[in-house]
Design a binder for this molecule. Structure first.
Ligand SMILES: Cc1cc2nc3c(=O)[nH]c(=O)nc-3n(C[C@H](O)[C@H](O)[C@H](O)COP(=O)(O)OP(=O)(O)OC[C@H]3O[C@@H](n4cnc5c(N)ncnc54)[C@H](O)[C@@H]3O)c2cc1C
Length: 546
């Protein structure tokens, strides 16, 4: 059995949780326990780590704190605890080292460039005080640096090229074994360890950290529960969905059969905070595939293509501190987005564009902190190249605040890919990414809109996606006048999308001469798959263009 120990003279090992909020497949934990020192698991709340900032939404912070609570609960069952400490990391380690002799600090690699400064300061402190430290890779399947090296020192710019490099690099490692808790001596820090450092008695609530619900409580829907234990249960459900799909002869079921309303089997928030190991998920899917289709020993990366997109975007961001911006970002095309249209951006943000599908997505995002990938595509296109011609940086900032799964590398990568890949003519198609038709394909009965836009609940289906076309009599009967209870459209898609298409065309003409290398789709098929576009747009011609 694990034991508790308050002997402050014994050598200490700290496991510094940042993301990777789990006990399974946690190489940093295994390394920490191998020292046999007194063991202190800690989380340092510094207003940045794990992407929790002052701006983060209540939902996001709640999910994050639930994940820490779950870890704490599991550690308490083993007679220890998770220390939640507020302060600057170096100050925290200084304070701990003053009262217990630190021998080792173990942590998971946080690969993105914004963590470099935090980590290099901490590492410098450890080196100065001859404290050993170890940094383990488990947030990504591969070490992004290995992929960059295999590609000649630069990240691959297209997904196809990325797949090619993976075939050279080989399979990712399998998850590490579960820890052995027998004989682990837990240490407990006193509550008062330094002036600029606060040790919490237990994991705080969002309110205790100053995060308050901003919308009325009936609008906040908590469909997502943070923590490793929930993630592992949900993984089993998700694997059944994957198995069903394999037996039906398809793969990537969450994307192939988007279900906007059902109980989601998404694991993205759990993966983002590391409550679930990406390697565990990846290998579970591949092992199942190989069991069903006996003899397939060679990995087919397509069946877990979504994880490869994750790696692709991580690899692109790792050495690029400007990855989340347009102008200074070498991977991104500079497009002349409209400036000073905060009024339109605010309406988009608040689900008041007058396009019900777009508004439903934005309201779900505020209420629940999660929306389906295809819904993200629709609102990203609407804000940028499709309709409003506003920079993707505006969308990125909002998504990072609201999404439970907000992940800088993935979020910026997706925004860039969807909006600024100017070469991609398919995305200029005003019919395919039309806010009316795209939604209609995904939600033909209009249930999604009715759930998130109660004002339109009584609209007949023929007007639900284009309520401005409803005769006054219909508006009256439905109890919702356009321009009063529900807004008029802020733009006319047919007009603005045509204007935007021409602007993209002109930009393409100038860019071809410069042939700027940038993040972009590999081919048309990839765009169709990624964006869930129809094989041919003729069936879905936008009503506005007829
Ligand atoms: C504008 C925009 C912003 C996005 N921002 C984020 C974000 O901040 N965090 C995030 O995790 N995903 C983001 N995505 C990607 C994707 O929408 C979500 O990962 C997906 O909705 C998760 O649903 P799922 O778990 O059912 O996906 P699944 O299909 O089950 O995928 C499992 C995991 O694969 C990864 N993945 C799936 N699709 C993508 C993708 N297109 N790019 C990169 N990784 C992917 C994610 O880690 C996801 O959890 C964004 C997409 C768009 C279009």
């Amino acid at each position: 059995m694990a034991t508790s120990d308050n002997n402050m003279c014994d050598k200490a090992t700290v496991l510094w949780f940042r993301r990777g909020l789990r006990l399974h497949d946690n190489p940093a934990l295994i390394k920490a326990l191998s020292t046999k020192n007194v063991f202190y698991p800690i989380f340092i709340f510094d207003g940045e780590t794990a992407g929790i900032t002052k701006e983060s939404s209540y939902n996001r912070v709640r999910f994050f704190l639930e994940s820490l609570k779950d870890l704490d609960r599991q550690l308490r069952a083993k007679k220890g605890k998770l220390h939640f400490i507020k302060g600057d990391p170096v100050k925290v380690f200084e304070a701990i080292h003053n009262i217990v002799p630190l021998e080792l600090v173990s942590f998971e690699q946080d690969p993105e460039p914004m963590w470099e400064s935090r980590d290099s300061k901490a590492k410098a402190y450890f080196d100065q005080h001859t404290i050993k430290w170890t940094e383990e890779i488990s947030h990504t399947l591969w070490n992004p640096l290995d992929i960059i090296k295999a590609n000649g020192g630069v990240p691959p710019l297209t997904y196809e090229m990325f797949l090619h490099i993976l075939s050279v690099v080989g399979d990712p490692p399998r998850p590490v074994e579960d820890p052995e808790w027998e004989g682990v001596k837990f240490g407990f820090l006193p509550l008062n360890i330094g002036n600029e450092v606060t040790v919490y008695h237990s994991i705080p609530t969002p309110e205790q950290l100053g995060y308050l619900q901003t919308r009325s409580s009936d609008q906040q829907i908590n469909r997502w529960i943070g923590g490793e234990q929930t993630a592992l249960i949900k993984l089993q459900d998700r694997l059944k969905v994957e198995e069903r799909a394999f037996l039906d002869g398809i793969y990537l079921p969450n994307q192939a059969r988007p279900n906007l309303l059902g109980p989601s089997s998404s694991q993205s928030a759990a993966l983002s905070f590391g409550c679930l190991s990406i390697r565990k998920f990846y290998w579970a899917v591949h092992d199942m595939f190989n069991k069903i289709y006996l003899g397939h020993t060679q990995l087919n990366q397509s069946i877990t293509g979504q994880f490869i997109w994750r790696e692709f975007f991580y690899t692109m961001s790792i050495k690029n501190p400007y990855y989340g911006e347009m102008e200074r970002n070498p991977l991104c095309l500079n497009l002349p987005w409209t400036k000073n249209r905060e009024d339109l951006a605010k309406k988009w943000e608040n689900g008041l564009t007058g396009y019900p599908f777009i508004d439903a997505v934005m309201r779900q995002l505020h209420q629940e902190g999660w929306v389906h990938h295809v819904a993200r595509n629709a609102v990203a296109c609407f804000l940028t190249r499709g309709d409003l011609w506003i920079s993707w940086e505006v969308g990125l900032r909002l998504f990072l605040r609201l999404l439970l799964d907000a992940d800088w590398s993935l979020c910026a990568g997706n925004w860039m890919w969807v909006s600024s890949s100017a070469f991609e003519q398919l995305l200029d198609c005003s019919s395919c990414v039309c806010p009316v038709n795209y939604g209609r394909r995904l939600d033909p009965q209009g249930e999604y809109i009715r759930r998130y836009i109660p004002e339109l609940r009584n609209y007949p289906i023929e007007y639900l996606y284009e309520p401005w076309k409803a005769p006054l009599k219909v508006q009256e009967m439905a109890g919702c006048y356009i321009g009063q209870e529900y807004p008029e459209r802020i733009v006319d898609h047919a007009v603005v999308s045509e204007k935007n298409r021409k602007m993209m065309e002109n930009i393409r003409l100038t860019l071809v001469e410069e042939s700027t290398p940038h993040c972009c789709p590999s081919n048309e098929e990839e765009v169709r798959q990624f964006m869930w576009l129809p094989e041919s747009c003729s069936d879905y011609l936008c009503a506005n263009r007829k």
